[in-house]
Design a protein. Structure first.
Length: 192
């Protein structure tokens, strides 16, 4: 991730950058949960997703700071859209997180600054690639339209036994990045 957008071009990127940063904060949190419920090849994929979202989060923090803004800090905990009890739930959450982060980057891709558009487009592409790697099927034809997670097909979720070999092949191995209304929301309670 060597792209940089050092100077603003007068476009109101601050809100979109802030929402993308919030999405990345939530994705990093969610991938911590995902990693805790997986093992083997799925844990490797979760670790790669965690690292990719953390790198994009750090990149967005730097961009906001360079533009004279103050990057928001992550919440202490985030409310997940459903309880993650087993690896299949973790895979479902990973797909949902990637879809929602893609949505956050789509807004940033509309900015007038070509460097920000490039960063957003690459990040959205990486999220879409990771989502497909977690669940290799085409879901929503337009990212962000299925916001409740019901479009994630539980029958297509790889398991440790059945998905171990397929989990390490294909586009899932590529690293990438993570969105606000389109992500887990901060919860009211203080947590770890």
């Amino acid at each position: 991730m060597t792209e940089s957008a050092a100077e603003p071009t007068g476009a109101p990127a601050g809100d979109a950058l802030g929402r993308a940063l919030s999405a990345e904060h939530a994705a990093v949190y969610a991938y911590g949960v995902i990693g805790g419920k997986t093992s083997g090849a799925l844990l490797k994929r979760a670790t790669a997703g965690f690292d990719a979202h953390r790198a994009r989060r750090d990149q967005l923090r730097t961009l906001i700071t360079r533009r004279g803004g103050k990057p928001a800090e992550p919440g202490p905990t985030y409310r997940l859209p459903f309880e993650v009890r087993k690896p299949a739930d973790a895979v479902r959450l990973a797909v949902l997180v990637e879809q929602r982060v893609t949505t956050a980057y789509l807004e940033l891709a509309a900015d007038r600054d070509p460097a920000l558009r490039r960063i957003a487009a690459l990040a959205a592409q990486e999220c879409a690639t990771r989502a497909y790697g977690w669940q290799p099927k085409i879901g929503d034809p337009f990212p962000g339209m299925g916001r409740d997670g019901a479009d994630v097909d539980a029958a297509a979720v790889p398991t440790e036994e059945a998905g171990a070999d397929s989990a390490s092949s294909g586009p899932a191995g590529s690293a990438g990045a993570p969105g606000q209304e389109a992500q887990p929301e901060p919860s009211a309670q203080d947590g770890q």
